[in-house]
Design a protein around this ligand. Structure first.
Ligand code: NDP
Length: 487
C-alpha cells in the first residue's frame, strides 16, 4: 500500500515538502531610474516614485511620474506619428507586429521573471500563461492587419487616430498586449499607461519596440499614478480603452460623455462558478481552485462565488478543503509556488477588510495551515461557507484568494442566484449534460461562460462584460472593431 492510500486517500502525504526551486533573476537587467518612452526616446520627468517587489517590499527601480503636460506631449507625438503609420500597407504593419510577437517569445523568460518580481504572481503562471498569451495576441492581430476589408465586409475600416490605453496591475504585460496589438493592427498609434504598482514589464516592452524598429511615436508609454490616467482621458485622444475597477470606469465614462471620444471599459466581476451534481467532481474541484486561486484571485473574471448543488455540497467542500491544503503559498519566483504574493499593501488591506466583514456577517472561514513569509504582502487561500447572498463577500469584488460558497437546488435557482449581482463578466458551469450547458449559457448574464473549465483564454475569442462589468470586447475580431471607424 502506498503512503497516500494508507493516509485515507489524502491527495498528497501530510508534511509533503518540495525543495526550493527559485528561478534566477540574473536575466533581468533593471535600470535604476526610468523615464517616459515617447517618440522612441526616454524623456525625463520632474517627479519619480519607487516600484517594489511585493514578495519582500524591496525597491526595484525609480519610475517616472508623468504630469498632465507630459501626457499631452506624448499624445501630440502619437498624433504626429499616426498619419504615417495609418498610411502603411497592412502587410507592412503586420511585419512589425509579427516581429514584436517573435521577440516576446524569444525574451519570454526575461519578461516572465520581471512580471513575477514586480507583480507577485507565481513564475509558473507568468511563464506558462501571461507570456505565451501576450505573444499570441500579437501573432493573432498581425494576421488581421492586411485583411481589414475582409474583417468588415462591404464596409471601409479606417483607423481612429490615437488610442489612450489604461491598464491594471493583475496582468500587466498581457493587458498591454490585449490593448496595443489590435490598435496597431488597425492603424492607430497608442499612448499606454501601466498601473502604478506594475510598470516594469511595460517599460521593458519599450525595448522590444526598439528592437522591432517600430517607427518612433507609434507606441508611447507614460507611467504614473491615477492622475496620469486621468490626464490621458482628458488629452487629445480619439479613444480610451480602460481595464480596471468599476468605480474608475464609471468616472471615466462620465468624463467622456459628450466628447465624441470612443470608449471601451473592461471592469470588475463577481463570477458564479456553478457545479451540478452530475459533473466530474475531481475535475470540477480543480476548476474551482483554478477559478479563484489563479493569480491570487487578482482576476476580474475569477470564479469568486461558488454555487454547489445541494446534494453534493459536503463532498465538494470536503474535496476542496483537501485540495486547498496542497496549495503552496510563497515566493513567486519559486517554480513550485501555486499562490504568490498579493500585489500591494493597499490590495492586501482591502482583502483583509472584506474577509473581516465576512466573518462579522456570520460566514464560516477556512484557511489551510500554511506559513506565510514575514516580509511582503501575503494572504492565505480562503474559503467561506454559510454565506448568504446579501453578505458583502458574496456581492463585492474581493480581488484576492477568497471564495464564497453558496448552494442551489434547481437550474432555475442557480441562474437566478448567479445573475443576482451588478456584474456580468464571466461564469462557469460544471455538468456532463451538453443541453444543460447550453440552457444555462443562454440565461447567464455574463460575457463569457466556460463549460467544464475555467479561466481559459485565447486571442481569437472575444472577452468583455455586461452590466457593471463594462462594455466593448477585447480579443477576436470583436476586439478589432473598437479601433476602427466603419464607413
Ligand atoms: P483602478 O481602477 O484604480 O486602476 C486601473 C488603472 O486605472 C490603473 O492604471 C490606475 O492607475 C488607473 N487610474 C486610477 N485612477 C484613475 C482615474 N481617475 N482616471 C484614469 N485612470 C485611473 O484599480 P485599482 O488598482 O485601484 O484596484 C482597485 C480595485 O479594482 C481592485 O481591488 C479590484 O477590485 C478592481 N480591479 C479590477 C481589475 C479588472 O481587471 N477588472 C483590475 C484591477 C483592479 P494607478 O494604478 O496608477 O492608480
Amino acid at each position: 500500500m502506498t503512503d497516500v492510500a494508507k493516509r485515507g486517500g489524502a491527495p498528497v502525504p501530510a508534511g509533503w515538502t518540495y525543495a526550493p526551486a527559485p528561478e534566477s533573476t540574473d536575466i533581468v537587467r533593471l535600470q535604476e531610474r526610468y523615464g517616459l518612452y515617447v517618440g522612441g526616446e526616454w524623456l525625463e520627468t520632474k517627479e519619480h516614485f519607487t516600484t517594489v517587489a511585493p514578495r519582500d517590499e524591496s525597491p526595484l527601480a525609480e519610475v517616472a511620474q508623468a504630469s498632465a503636460k507630459d501626457v499631452k506631449n506624448a499624445v501630440a507625438v502619437a498624433r504626429d506619428a499616426s498619419a504615417g503609420w495609418a498610411a502603411l500597407p497592412g502587410s507592412e504593419r503586420a511585419k512589425y507586429l509579427f516581429r514584436i510577437a517573435r521577440i516576446l517569445a524569444e525574451r519570454s523568460r526575461e519578461f516572465a521573471v520581471l512580471e513575477s518580481l514586480n507583480g507577485g504572481k507565481p513564475i509558473k503562471e507568468s511563464r506558462d500563461v501571461d507570456l505565451p498569451l501576450a505573444a499570441a495576441h500579437f501573432f493573432y492581430y498581425a494576421g488581421w492587419a492586411d485583411k481589414l476589408e475582409y474583417a468588415f465586409p462591404n464596409r471601409t475600416p479606417k483607423p481612429l487616430g490615437v488610442a489612450g490605453q489604461i491598464i491594471p496591475w493583475n496582468f500587466p504585460l498581457l493587458m498591454l498586449a490585449w490593448k496595443i496589438a489590435p490598435a496597431l493592427a488597425a492603424g492607430n498609434t497608442v499612448v499606454l499607461k501601466p498601473a502604478e504598482t506594475t510598470p516594469l514589464t511595460a517599460l521593458l516592452f519599450c525595448d522590444v519596440v526598439r528592437q522591432a524598429e517600430l517607427p518612433p511615436g507609434v507606441v508611447n508609454i507614460v507611467t504614473g499614478d491615477g492622475r496620469t490616467g486621468a490626464a490621458l482621458v482628458d488629452a487629445d485622444v480619439d479613444k480610451i480603452a480602460f481595464t480596471g475597477s468599476t468605480e474608475v470606469g464609471k468616472a471615466i465614462q462620465r468624463r467622456l460623455a459628450g466628447t465624441g471620444k470612443k470608449l471601451t471599459l473592461e471592469l470588475g466581476g463577481k463570477a458564479a462558478n456553478i457545479v451540478f451534481d452530475d459533473c466530474a467532481l475531481d475535475q470540477a474541484v480543480e476548476g474551482i481552485v483554478n477559478g479563484i486561486y489563479f493569480n491570487q484571485g487578482h482576476v476580474c473574471c475569477a470564479g469568486s462565488r461558488l454555487f454547489v448543488q445541494e446534494s453534493i455540497y459536503e463532498p465538494v467542500v470536503d474535496k476542496l478543503k483537501k485540495r486547498m491544503a496542497t496549495l503552496r503559498v510563497g515566493d513567486p519566483l519559486d517554480k513550485n509556488t501555486d499562490v504568490g504574493a498579493i500585489n500591494s499593501r493597499m490590495q492586501l488591506e482591502k482583502i483583509e477588510e472584506l474577509v473581516a466583514a465576512g466573518k462579522d456577517e456570520g460566514a464560516e472561514i477556512y484557511q489551510p495551515p500554511c506559513v506565510l513569509p514575514e516580509r511582503g504582502y501575503w494572504f492565505a487561500p480562503t474559503v467561506f461557507t454559510n454565506v448568504a447572498q446579501s453578505y458583502r463577500i458574496a456581492q463585492e469584488e474581493i480581488f484576492g484568494p477568497v471564495l464564497s460558497v453558496l448552494t442551489f437546488r434547481t437550474p432555475e435557482e442557480a441562474v437566478e442566484k448567479a445573475n443576482n449581482t451588478p456584474y456580468g463578466l464571466s461564469a462557469g458551469v460544471w455538468t456532463e449534460k451538453g443541453s444543460r450547458i447550453l440552457w444555462m449559457a443562454e440565461r447567464l448574464r455574463a460575457g463569457v461562460v466556460w463549460a467544464n473549465t475555467f479561466n481559459r483564454f485565447d486571442p481569437t475569442s472575444p472577452f468583455g462584460g455586461y452590466k457593471e462589468s463594462g462594455f466593448g470586447r477585447e480579443g477576436g475580431l470583436h476586439g478589432m472593431e473598437p479601433y476602427v471607424e466603419l464607413t
